[in-house]
Design a binder for this molecule. Structure first.
Ligand SMILES: [Zn+2]
Length: 478
């Protein structure tokens, strides 16, 4: 059968493969690229040449010789482009500018209710993006990436009936951003971006499988299969928060249905139950917070669990069991190598992870759970511009004084970082602490899913966006 001549699409894919391999340190020299990509020497040379013309690769030092002349190593030039990104939450958002390798150059965490609708939110984002690009060469902008806290129809980049985003349903976010910035816009569910970010940051091998569970105020998941996000037919794969896990019509969910996982184990549901517990006098810890702040956030419950408050510990354990129970079914179904939990103070609690781990292992098939890793999100690094003053807002808790975690630990009587598996107060009653500091940390932790630099940054320029950007932006259309 005669071989089909290569099309431009083939060339994009070959180029993206070459870039991905160099970028992820899977291959550093041309011979290594040929072996890893299963491409001939001529094709590799052509694609490397193209990448160099685009400014994305350059020759670096020489690699080890295998007998003949030592090959030149290649370097991915992440500084060639900039990516603007934003991850929206219910009450706050994060914006950042990153390089093409996902390194954060500048990041801001800001209070902003997503319920204000798309027009107002995008005007606000435009202002923030302009600030982030100040002093940068705007011509280097490659793409804009937005993560949304709700279902996104991936093919169109439009939110689809997001429960906590009134006014956003069907909004042409991609069109609006592409018109405004003249670059491709990548719109995705935040759990998908976080999953990609985690896979990228931790160097998840291409043949490995992971489920990232974001259990913050709401619950969602991103599925990484063979290094790529599995979105399913429309983009809703992994939306586990609204799976019905209880046949009880009295447990209302914010999506309008009943018995959803989120309505039992989501942060908002835990906070709802916590208020009841306070009124019934079942948690002194939360009663103190409620008296001082007038409300209870999911992160307050995580703090309470860390401080040994019995009600909070039980609530966190029950959430872990409910989530773990559903995850056991998913482990049987999908057989991942790794389950990663992030999204809030609750998921970071030792109790939560212990209960999830036990529940999954006791309910999933032995073969599916034998080598399964269950862990919390890892923290990554950022890559702020050298010589620049650290951004003022970075790490600043919303609505609170910029207190570091160490200061907060000191305030709650813990002092130095506790050893793994031990609570901050080692089971002692929590001494009185400045409420703003406790809540400041709580909020900081609660929004960790979006403020976490590696989550935000690494999600911006993984394999898929790079392929997309290469194909759509820098190359002429076929
Ligand atoms: Zn629901």
């Amino acid at each position: 059968m005669p071989r089909r001549p290569p099309t431009a699409v083939d060339q994009y894919e070959a180029l993206a493969t070459v870039l991905r391999l160099v970028r992820r340190n899977r291959a550093r020299t041309r011979p290594e690229l040929g072996a890893a990509a299963l491409m001939g020497r001529t094709v590799i040379s052509q694609r490397v040449e193209e990448a160099m013309e685009l400014g994305l690769l350059e020759d670096a030092d020489t690699g080890p010789s295998s007998g003949g002349r030592a090959p030149r190593r290649l370097r991915f030039r992440s500084e060639e482009g900039l990516v603007l990104s934003a991850v929206l939450g219910a009450a706050a958002l994060d914006v950042a500018v990153t390089d093409l390798d996902g390194g954060v150059l500048e990041h801001r965490h800001l209070e902003w209710p997503v319920a204000r609708g798309p027009e107002e939110t995008l005007d606000f984002l435009d202002g923030q993006f302009a600030g982030l690009l100040k002093g940068c060469d705007a011509a280097r902008l490659w793409a804009v990436v937005i993560g949304l806290p709700g279902p996104v129809e991936f093919a169109t980049g439009r939110p689809s009936q997001p429960p906590i985003m009134p006014g956003w349903d069907g909004y042409d976010l991609r069109g609006r951003l592409q018109d405004r910035y003249g670059v491709p816009a990548w719109i995705d569910n935040d759990a998908n971006l976080l999953a990609l970010g985690e896979a990228w940051t931790t160097g998840l091998d291409d043949d490995r499988h992971m489920i990232y569970v974001k259990a913050g105020t709401g619950i969602g998941a991103g599925i990484v299969s063979g290094g790529r996000i599995h979105r399913g037919s429309k983009g809703s794969a992994g939306d586990i928060g609204h799976a019905r896990v209880l046949e009880d019509s009295s447990v209302m969910c914010r999506c309008g249905r009943t018995g959803c996982l989120e309505a039992l184990a989501g942060g908002w549901a835990l906070a709802r139950d916590a208020v009841t517990a306070v009124h019934e006098g079942r948690s002194r810890f939360l009663a103190d917070i409620h008296r001082a702040a007038g409300e209870i956030t999911p992160a307050d419950i995580g703090l309470g669990a860390a401080a040994g408050d019995p009600w909070c510990l039980t609530a966190v354990a029950r959430a872990g069991e409910r989530i773990g129970s559903l995850m056991a079914a998913l482990v049987n179904f999908y057989n991942p190598d790794c389950l990663v939990f992030g999204g809030g103070a609750v998921t970071g609690a030792d109790t939560f992870l212990r209960v999830v781990d036990h529940t999954v292992r006791s309910r999933a098939l032995p073969l599916a759970s034998a080598d399964l890793i269950v862990r919390a999100l890892r923290r990554g690094r950022d890559r702020r511009r050298r010589g620049r003053r650290p951004p003022r807002r970075r790490g600043t808790p919303v609505g609170g004084r910029p207190r570091g975690l160490g200061a907060v630990r000191k305030a709650v009587g813990g002092g130095a970082r506790p050893a793994r598996g031990r609570s901050l107060t080692h089971g002692r009653a929590l001494p009185p602490a400045p409420m703003d500091a406790r809540r400041a940390d709580a909020r900081r932790t609660d929004t960790g899913r979006v403020t976490h630099p590696s989550c935000l940054s690494r999600a911006q320029a993984p394999l898929e966006p790079l392929t997309y950007v290469c194909g759509m932006h820098k190359f002429p259309r076929q």
